[in-house]
Design a protein around this ligand. Structure first.
Ligand code: TRP
Length: 332
């Protein structure tokens, strides 16, 4: 590891079924950041974070592996970046317990994600869900990360990490670095079946999963809700369906929306959709192929994960010792 470079960290939850939004919002962006050579990158599976919603323990190992496989298949190179699993590094949990004592209850209660998720699943409003941002702060502060690529929905959580770092430093002396968000400028993908709702795995019909076969991709896109009129034009308000498809097309083909509008100036929805399906398939097929190949060598995969966990643990262990010293937990 080159420790002179600024540290960058980000995580992806292991809740199963990554989709196009995760690809554009996280994976593609992580790879670009790694390849920029500007940072020492840490990318991890936020499996502790994934426990606050209803889950099946039988599914968990597969879901965790799924995220690691997706990291690697997208182009994260374990020789350059540290790829690891959060729960394999116990210091994440330790630091959460410590930071809990400095986290303002009221602020956590007002977190948008906590409120949304509590409303969405009122039967399971648990302390893990409430404490989620503190665990996330621990993830980041543990590695002295300066840069954290996140989507807009995570900015509030990262702000808490900054607050906690400042508070802790003010009281116990300089210990943590205040991490800065690196806002991922990716489009908010909407459901193909309902362009007024965010694309989500809980609505599979409108969700482009990274593992969807070409046939399923074609079906979902051809069936995608479009709008009245005939024009392929970006107009979020009056044409939310077409606008969403344009965003997907643009992000996956690296062409500006304007260019795509011109390409389809005198063409119909059907042709546009057919081509979009091809674009999606062209991006996803190599990804799926690499994933499949990685799956065939279980031993190699295990070695990669174990090595990443070890590297992360060495860094995290040094930090937790420093933190415990600062707060007086050093009898022996
Ligand atoms: N909460 C993030 C998300 O859902 C995932 C995450 C967990 C994370 N810990 C993190 C992202 C630390 C960045 C840094 O997208």
């Amino acid at each position: 590891m080159n420790n002179k470079k600024p540290i960058l960290i980000s995580g992806v939850q292991s809740t199963g079924g990554l989709h196009a939004g995760n690809y554009l919002g996280a994976l593609q962006n992580f790879v670009a950041l790694q390849n920029s050579g500007k940072y020492q990158c840490f990318f991890f599976v936020a499996d502790y974070h994934s426990l606050n919603e209803d889950f099946n323990p039988k599914e968990k190992p597969k879901q965790i592996l799924e995220v690691v496989l997706s990291f690697l298949a997208a182009g994260i190179n374990p020789k350059e970046s540290v790829v690891f699993v959060q729960s394999a590094v116990p210091m994440h949990a330790e630091l959460t317990v410590i930071l809990n004592n400095f986290a303002p209850f009221g602020e956590l209660k007002r977190m948008a994600q906590f409120k949304d998720k509590s409303e969405a699943a009122p039967q399971n409003v648990n302390v893990g869900l409430f404490d989620y941002p503190v665990l996330m702060a621990a993830d980041v502060l543990l590695y002295d990360a300066t840069v954290v690529p996140v989507g807009e929905d995570q900015l509030q959580h990262l702000e808490l990490a900054r607050t906690l770092a400042r508070k802790f430093n003010a009281r116990f002396g300089k210990t943590f670095i205040e991490p800065k968000p690196l806002l991922t400028l990716t489009p908010r993908l909407m459901g193909l079946d309902d362009p007024n709702k965010k694309m989500s795995k809980s609505h599979p019909a409108g969700c482009l999963f990274l593992d969807d076969s070409p046939k399923v991709i074609k079906e979902k896109i051809m069936r995608a809700t479009t709008d009245s009129g005939k024009k392929i034009k970006y107009d979020e308000k009056n044409k939310p369906g077409i606008s969403n498809l344009l965003l997907i097309y643009s992000a996956l083909s690296n062409k500006p929306v304007k260019t795509i509008e011109k390409m389809y100036k005198n063409k119909g929805y059907a042709e546009f959709k057919k081509d979009l399906a091809e674009v999606v398939i062209r991006v996803l097929m190599p990804f799926q192929k690499r994933k499949k190949l990685l799956k065939t060598n279980k031993q190699k995969l295990k070695t990669i994960i174990a090595a990443g966990n070890k590297k992360a643990e060495i860094v995290a262990n040094k930090k937790i010792i420093e933190i415990k010293k600062k707060i007086g937990l050093t009898i022996i």
